[in-house]
Every structure is written in structure tokens, then in C-alpha cells.
Design a protein. Structure first.
Length: 472
């Protein structure tokens, strides 16, 4: 999001010896902040962020009487990078109090069967859920008899799962899951990039058998941070290990001998190394002079606009939601609803429930919940805040039977919020990296490359920091 404030710099009064190299990190989201954190151990690092605050899609806002996440509110726990970084900066970890979700299918909230990105882990559980029609279940039961899939070339997730389980599994299970993670469409997203484990399993034979044989783990799937995921970028930026300049719009990067010149709002900065940690489209513009082929490839990566609507409601009014024993629900796109998901933060996170106690204007207890809207090529940003709020509340009422009258609402718009990993994405990224790595001191990172989740983005940033070091 574009910033409109004057440039602000914080550096914590750091001092460096003359031999320390200067690094500029462009982009103050979690990718840029992580790269800066890693490099600041032995480099003079400045983060340049165009907007008026750092954090990107990890953002806290005050809604009624409490600060809550209005962007990403959880991270994968079974991938280590996110939890590890949080602990490095001294933050605690919390796991969901309730991890049971529902699926809104045919005007009814049905149990969401356990799956591996839509591939059922237990066929009996899938049948009992009622998510699929009898014909759909019959197609699932026939999957073990299908020959191993030919996956010599990349295919879409929808093509892979549809070939083995049929379109109904794709439409009712895979689509809502991918819609939540990527804001994308199953028949367009790369299987190799999004579900590499499924690709490997399908090449060997039955996905049903492979999924059933997976070891049962009691490790929670997701993790959060008490007080919100937005505390992670705040902790990184306030660490005093590197400087942060907000309201700093980078216009151009050029080579200067063995280093770089970075043009920032008419000012010229010099650096020994540059890490570009912005979204795909602005990264393409910034890299055009240095690595034109990589820049062109980045420019072709499409993105989806997404919206998160957060509601604060009186506990007495929303109490029936507690009785459902769920943390929210997903919506398949075929249901043609306004929203694609609802997260009941008050049920999912103990810290949110605690934050709502006495948070009302008259000391009443509040519950916080949110809806998500926007898939690839949907024009959700054109809708007014009122339209988004009314549509969300109507869907919540239709799904749960509970009519809510919020005491406060926050609408958060994320333009080009999630990059789309089209078929062949891994080859595209390999080509981008090959050209970038041929320029000593230049590195890229962010959600456009190795995964859109918080741990994957952090991993991308740490790879970029290591690349800068390897070129020295």
C-alpha cells in the first residue's frame, strides 16, 4: 500500500566500523525485515518502505477496544521458519484453541473432512461429512484403481486432483482451500509449486493409499503470536539492529562499479548490496535496468486482490456461534457467495478472546470475527466498504442463522495481495534467480518466489541474505 507520510528513519543509534558493508533492503514487509534482521549482524542495513508503516500483510489495527490482526493471523507450525523467527525476537507462540472448521455447501455448514490440500486422509470421514454427492463419493472410491499419474510436466492442482478423484472433490474441497491460501483457482495453480507432496505421491500410484499411510501427528498445524501476528514485524523493526525509513519510494536501481545506486524520492543512495523484497510488479520495475529478463518474468506474475473484514460484536449477541464448536468455515466458489471464508478469531485464539473482555464502549465483552473476500480476477476492491460489510453479514447470517450487529467494523484491502503461481512457476522462479544471482550483491525475496505463507516468505528472505553474503 502506498504511503503518504514524510520519510522517517530509525536506527537506534548504531555505530559501525569502517569495513562494514552497506546494504539497502527495498520493501518493509516480513520478507524485507527478515533479510535485514539476518544481514544486520555484520552489515550496515537500511530498510526502505514506501508506505507509512512496515509489516506488509502482517498488520494490527484497533477495532473497538482491542488491537487485532487485519491481515495474516496465523502461520504454519509444521514448517519451522516462522516460529523460529518469532522466538528469535523474543515472542511467544500460541496454538489455536479450536482448529475445527466447517464447509458451507448447499446452505449447510458441514464438517470439513481432514485432507491434504483436498485429498481425503480418511475416506470414511469424507463420506460421513456429506460434502460430496453419492456420485462424487463413488468417484473417490474408484481412485485406487487409477494408474499412476504422468507428471513429467507441471500441471495444475485441479488437473492433478481431478484426474484421480473427479471434479466434485476439486470444486468442493480443493477450491476453498486454495482460495484461502492463494486466493487462486485450482485449475490454474501449479501443482509442483503448491502441492509438491501430492505430485510425488501421485507419480507413485494411489493418492488414497498414500494419504491413508501418512503418519498421524499431534503437532498443531498452525501457530500464532499472542497479541497478533502483526507483533512480529513490529519486533523486528524496533530491534535497533537496522535502520528503517518509511515513506521512502524507490524509483530506480542502477549499477555503480561493484555496488549500486538507489534513487529514492530524488535522493541518491549508494550501497554495496541491494535486496529487493517488494511484490512482483514493483520488483519488475526496479529490476528492469539490472536484470531485464528476470524483470519481464516478474511482470508476468499475476496477483489477486483480497479483502479482510473484521467485526467486533457483543458476546451476548454472538454466543450461539460458540455453541457450533468451530473456528470458522470455508466457502467453495461454486456456492456463489460474497465471502470465501470466515474466521472466528474469538474461538480460534485465546488471546483474542481475552482481548475482547471489557473492550466495549460500556465495558461489555466483545467477540472478534472476520470474513475474507477475493479470488484471482475478482474485482473486490471496486466494492465500497458498506457493500463488503453488508455482504459479509448477510452471508454470516445465511450460514449460521445468527444475525450480527457489529459495534465496530474494519475493512482492510490488500491490492495485489497474493501472487498467483501459474503452471510452470518453479521454472519461472529458477530463471529469475539465475539472472539475479549473476549480479554480485543483488538478491530478491518475497511471496512471489517460494511460497505465499509466512514461513515460506521468511525462508525466501533468509535465502536472499545468505546470497548477499556468498557474493562477498
Amino acid at each position: 500500500m502506498a504511503g503518504s507520510t514524510a520519510s522517517r528513519s530509525t536506527d537506534g543509534g548504531r555505530r559501525y566500523a569502517g569495513g562494514v558493508k552497506k546494504v539497502l533492503v527495498i520493501g518493509g514487509g516480513i520478507a524485507g525485515l527478515t533479510a535485514a534482521w539476518d544481514l544486520s549482524v555484520d552489515h550496515d542495513v537500511t530498510v526502505l518502505e514506501a508506505s507509512d508503516r512496515v509489516g506488509g500483510k502482517l498488520r494490527l489495527e484497533k477495532v473497538a477496544g482491542a488491537r487485532v490482526d487485519v491481515g495474516a493471523e496465523a502461520m504454519l507450525n509444521r514448517r519451522p521458519e516462522g516460529v523460529a523467527l518469532a522466538r528469535e525476537v523474543g515472542l511467544a507462540i500460541e496454538h489455536p484453541a479450536i482448529a475445527s472448521s466447517r464447509l458451507w455447501v448447499g446452505d449447510e455448514l458441514k464438517p470439513l473432512p481432514r485432507s491434504l490440500m483436498g485429498v481425503p486422509l480418511d475416506v470414511s470421514e469424507l463420506a460421513a461429512s456429506g460434502v460430496l454427492s453419492p456420485a462424487g463419493m463413488e468417484r473417490v472410491l474408484a481412485e485406487p484403481d487409477i494408474a499412476p499419474s504422468d507428471l513429467t510436466a507441471d500441471v495444475s492442482v485441479g488437473a492433478l486432483v481431478g484426474e484421480r478423484f473427479g471434479d466434485e472433490v476439486v470444486d468442493r474441497l480443493v477450491e476453498p482451500l486454495l482460495g484461502g491460501v492463494y486466493a487462486g483457482r485450482a485449475r490454474e495453480i501449479s501443482a509442483r509449486a503448491a502441492v509438491p507432496q501430492l505430485v510425488a505421491m501421485a507419480a507413485r500410484g494411489s493418492l488414497t493409499a498414500a494419504a491413508a499411510a501418512l503418519p498421524v501427528s499431534d503437532v498443531p498445524v498452525f501457530a500464532g503470536i499472542p497479541g497478533g501476528m502483526g507483533r512480529l514485524p513490529e519486533a523486528l523493526a524496533s530491534s535497533a539492529r537496522f535502520a528503517v525509513r518509511t515513506g521512502a519510494s524507490v524509483e530506480r536501481i542502477s549499477r555503480a562499479g561493484s555496488g549500486f545506486r538507489v534513487h529514492v524520492d530524488g535522493e541518491l543512495l549508494e550501497a554495496d548490496a541491494v535486496v529487493v523484497a517488494t511484490q512482483a510488479a514493483p520488483s519488475a520495475v526496479l529490476l528492469m535496468d539490472l536484470v531485464p529478463d528476470a524483470a519481464a518474468a516478474l511482470a508476468r506474475i499475476e496477483s489477486a486482490d483480497v479483502v479482510v473484514v473484521t467485526f467486533a460484536v457483543r458476546e451476548v449477541e454472538a454466543r450461539p456461534l460458540l455453541e457450533l464448536g468451530a473456528s470458522g468455515f470455508l466457502v467453495p466458489p461454486g456456492e456463489r457467495r460474497a465471502i470465501k471464508a470466515s474466521t472466528w478469531s474469538f474461538a480460534k485464539w485465546d488471546w483474542v478472546r481475552a482481548a475482547g473482555r471489557g473492550a466495549g464502549a460500556y465495558g461489555e465483552d466483545l467477540l472478534y470475527l472476520r470474513t475474507s473476500l477475493g479470488r484471482h480476477r475478482e474485482r473486490v476492491l471496486q466494492l465500497t466498504d458498506h457493500h463488503l460489510e453488508v455482504g459479509s453479514l448477510a452471508d454470516l447470517h445465511a450460514a449460521t442463522g445468527v444475525r450480527l450487529e457489529p459495534v465496530a467494523t474494519h475493512v482492510q484491502r490488500w491490492q495485489a495481495g497474493l501472487p498467483q503461481y501459474a503452471v510452470g512457476h518453479l521454472d519461472v522462479v529458477a530463471g529469475i534467480r539465475a539472472e539475479v544471482e549473476a549480479v554480485p550483491g543483488l538478491a530478491v525475496c518475497g511471496a512471489a518466489y517460494d511460497g505465499v505463507g509466512i514461513p515460506a516468505v521468511i525462508g525466501s528472505a533468509r535465502r536472499a541474505a545468505a546470497q548477499v553474503r556468498s557474493a562477498e
